[in-house]
Design a protein around this ligand. Sequence first.
Ligand SMILES: O=C(O)[C@H](CS(=O)(=O)O)OP(=O)(O)O
Ligand SMILES: [Mg+2]
Length: 219
Amino acid sequence: MIDVKFLPEKLKSAQVIVVIDVLRATTTMITAIANGCEYIIPVQSVNDAKVYGKEFLVCGERNGIKPEGFDKGNSPLEYFDVEDKKIVLTTTNGTKTLKMVEGLSDKIILGAFINFSATLNVLKDYSDILFVCAGNDNEISFEDLQVAGAFVDRLFWNLSDSAKALKYMWNALKKPNFSGVHALKLKELGFERDLDFAMSMDLYNIVVEYKDGKVVKGG
Ligand SMILES: O=C(O)[C@H](CS(=O)(=O)O)OP(=O)(O)O
Ligand SMILES: [Mg+2]
């Protein structure tokens, strides 16, 4: 079954789980890994991140903005210079959702548009996939649903009703349309370029996984 959770609730195990927080956590983490970051440790809180030692870049956001004392925020455009770095990251929705799916699958993948085709190639080998959209503060995210819909549209196993609904939504849109509440909020905060970046298809040809507590380049 190909199933989609519009929010990270009523979670269940699956052969593969794909966590989607296209604005911006999964887009940001994929960018960091594609630019040579060794690994990323997602954590729940700003205080959890601060305890990591000097060998880590301490990164993330609250209300979209880099917390005081942090090295980087949650804009993917800040992660082109992270070769061989170790990162600890806390974000409002994305890192929280990764922690929530821990233990539910042996294969947890990060989903976004910037490495869409590479991820799709891996997903084609599986018939039991759960897409988990991170949403925004417990509300659904139009942008996350678009990524799920684009994947579902290219997978041909049994679709759940939520997957079927997103397939039709994606077919109506045909390309990314970032105009939801979260996109507008990021625009107001001055992150318009993040939206363009996150809507770009296939900038990177890698798969990114969450394994043993770390976000790493997939095999
Ligand atoms: O930084 C982001 O884009 C969001 C926080 S907010 O909605 O902009 O305040 O965090 P994320 O975990 O990536 O949804
Ligand atoms: Mg988000």
